[in-house]
Design a protein. Structure first.
Length: 479
């Protein structure tokens, strides 16, 4: 089976070019309110491509001879549905830059990119796997919301990692490989004459279970930590630039590399504290992230970066021995998201970081005015060192701790009331549904239909976090 037929792509495979001269009919300098989840370039509704439905229309100039043709809509039926050259209704849409299929709900729902950043070996893959698992349980049990897989084929690598951790197998089976700069978590695209690795987007839809009303799409990436380090040329290695298009930033702090933490925990048995030669430069990564965002968005040093920043002090099962655990509160109680508990925990984590790594606090608070600090543990216990030297948790003992709270905190600012009031007592305030995306059509005498003039299509409101990003974000891009 051809992996492209389901929208998936083989690891390391070169899957296309996105230079304007190789895209028939593609406009140079595309701009608009939509952001590509693949390359983070902006485009407008009229730029969207449609995927041919008839099997005779096989062979795309970008994705190859085995993929259905992508095309700009010019013909419609009397209901306004797009038709291909053989009068088949086309229900799928594609990215105008890379031609990959766009996820379900892309036009109807706000798209929130949630960027997880951290140093190499900080545990981002473990955290992301635990995060999705915990979100799916917590959102449904506490708020009657379903976090649905919006792209099962594209999300397969992340779902596989989640199954490794929570599948109840052996410790050996629960060991996750470090994310590589080229691997299953990346798509390789030829851009401006170069083959470039972009992190694969993992897309999930948030839906109200009772009303079946979609609220938003959440988009995550699993970058190798090296992509965030200084010295990476973001023109040839743009894999970290989703941070500039993100609705919120999540920086995962690894306490086991902080010298002051290691000194205080020198008698702790966790094997992560015994790893020799680990150099800490997490404050540098924060500073580098700010520089890249400002450069990409063309912001001056005095311009505000309007993005919430969650500083997540991970592996709390280790460092909780240094503090009074009773002072921390669970922000989710009886279906209520307690903002006071979030602030309480934030103050405690910030106080701890100030005593052991003040430069992390300084860099975080210079990057954003909306900083919150969170404790979290992806495993809830210390991992075991395997004979191979890798570390793995015991699947039977995994108890993620507060990993979902940063995301719920972010969404609580966008979906007012949804995570504060009890759903059993009061109706939940959700994002207003966008107008259905159906193109206006103009009938022609011969029975054909053409696209109506630009500006006649209903457009859903742009999410507040993304008002700052309405142009192409890649440096030197022509669209």
């Amino acid at each position: 089976m051809n992996p492209r037929s389901t929208g998936t792509h083989t690891a390391g495979e070169e899957v296309g070019t996105i230079t304007p001269d190789t895209l028939p009919g593609m406009k140079q300098g595309m701009h608009g309110p939509l952001i590509s989840p693949y390359c983070w370039e902006s485009f407008d509704y009229g730029d969207i491509l449609h995927v041919a439905a008839d099997s005779r229309l096989t062979g795309d100039p970008i994705l190859g001879e085995n993929e259905r043709l992508r095309f700009h809509a010019t013909r419609f039926d009397d209901q306004g549905c797009v038709l291909d050259a053989y009068d088949r209704i086309c229900s799928e849409i594609a990215d105008p830059y890379v031609h990959f299929r766009l996820p379900q709900g892309f036009l109807e729902l706000p798209q929130f990119i949630l960027s997880i950043v951290g140093a190499p070996g900080s545990g981002k893959s473990n955290y992301l796997s635990a995060l999705i698992n915990s979100l799916q349980h917590s959102l449904f049990q506490n708020y009657g919301m379903v976090l649905k897989d919006a792209d099962p084929a594209g999300n397969a690598p992340l779902n596989d990692m989640k199954n490794c951790l929570f599948g109840g197998g052996s410790i050996e089976q629960a060991a996750l490989l470090k994310t590589q700069l080229d691997g299953r978590m990346y798509l390789r695209i030829r851009r401006n004459g170069r083959v470039v690795s972009y992190p694969r987007p993992f897309v999930y839809s948030l839906v109200r279970s009772k009303t079946h009303q979609g609220m938003c799409n959440l988009i995550f990436y699993d970058n190798a930590g090296e992509h965030f380090e200084p010295g990476i040329d973001i023109t040839t290695s743009p894999g970290s630039l989703h941070t500039a298009a993100a609705a919120a930033l999540f920086f995962l702090v690894d306490p086991t590399t902080l010298p002051a933490f290691r000194q205080r925990l020198q008698f702790h048995p966790d094997p992560q504290l015994k790893h020799p030669g680990r150099i800490d430069q997490q404050d540098v990564l924060l500073a580098e992230m700010e520089i890249r965002i400002r450069k990409t968005l063309r912001l001056s040093v005095n311009d505000e970066i309007r993005k919430p920043l969650a500083i997540i002090l991970g592996k709390s099962d280790i460092w909780m021995t240094l503090v009074d655990k009773s002072r921390f509160k669970n922000p989710i109680r009886d279906g209520i998201f307690d903002r006071d508990a979030v602030m309480n925990n934030s103050n405690l984590v910030r106080e701890l970081l100030l005593s052991v790594a003040p430069t992390i606090v300084a860099n975080a608070e210079s990057l954003s005015k909306q900083v919150m600090y969170f404790p979290a543990s992806a495993f809830g216990h210390s991992p075991t060192r395997l004979p191979s030297g890798s570390l793995a948790p015991n699947p039977l003992r995994i108890r993620p701790h507060l990993v979902e709270i940063p995301v719920i905190w972010t969404l609580s600012q966008q979906i007012q009331g949804a995570f504060v009031e009890k759903t059993a007592d009061k109706p939940v305030t959700i994002l207003p549904p966008a107008a259905p995306i159906r193109r206006s059509v103009v009938p022609l005498p011969e029975g054909e239909y053409r696209r109506a003039p630009e500006g006649t299509y209903p457009m859903p409101p742009l999410p507040p976090f993304q008002q700052q990003e309405t142009s192409s974000i890649l440096p030197g891009s022509t669209g």
